[in-house]
Structure formats: C-alpha cells, structure tokens
Design a protein around this ligand. Sequence first.
Ligand SMILES: [Zn+2]
Length: 149
Amino acid sequence: MITEFKLENLLKDLEAFFPNHKPKSEYQIKTYWKELKENGEQVLKKAVKLLISNRTTRSFPLIKEINLACRKIREQQSFASAQDLEPTLCDICEGTGVLWIKTEFSGREYDAVKPCTCKEGQIREKAHQIWKKKIKEGKPLLDDWILHD
Ligand SMILES: [Zn+2]
C-alpha cells in the first residue's frame, strides 16, 4: 500500500518527464491511486524509475503501463532472490563435499574419500569427527535417534 499523498508525489516525478496528457483532475489522480496503491511504495518507486529510463514517448504513462512496470519490478525481484537461494556448487568436488583419493594400506592401494575444503566438505568433516568420537566411546551410532523417537 502507498498513501495517496506519496503516490501523488510519484506522479509529479513522472510529470516532469512525461508532461503530455498527464492526469489533471482530482478524480483522475484518485483513480491512479486506487488502481495502483496495492503495488506498494517500494515497487512503485522502482517502477517510476524504470519508466523514466525506458519510456520513449513524452505522453504520461497510463495506469496499465505503470502496473506493467510494477510487474516487471516484482519479477526482477523474485528472480534475484531465487538466485540468492541457489547454492553455488564447488568446482572441485561438484558440491558433494568429498574428494576421491587413492590411499595405501599395508602395501595395497585403496580408494578413499577425504573432505573438500569447501563449506559442504567442512560440514561432512565435522560429521565425520563426531562419528569417529562416538565409535571411540563405544556408542552405537543410531542410539540418540532411537532414544529420542
Ligand atoms: Zn568442494
């Protein structure tokens, strides 16, 4: 939501760039507010900037054009936040957290894994340390889970 007063100020910003066919009467301005208020102040502000930088005519944007600009802003925002949530995969271990290595034991070669230095690897290493500690203490590994069931 945006207040009528704040929307009027945004319309004035637009007027400076698009003086032709601007909404003049109180009724027209109120209509702009009624039709646009649900977009919220932040989205409307960005939509106004978008219109100022992209619009190629001097005629004042119609309500549906401002709404369309608001929709573009919302789409950009949801795209940006979706990207933020996407984990960046480590190039070395491809996000698995482990690296396959060859190791030697009693003169024989074995395949083994070691933790990667990335975040995923650190999580696995920590889990591995807890696991080793529990084995040392002679605790059955699933004990906690079963007891708390
Ligand atoms: Zn890694």
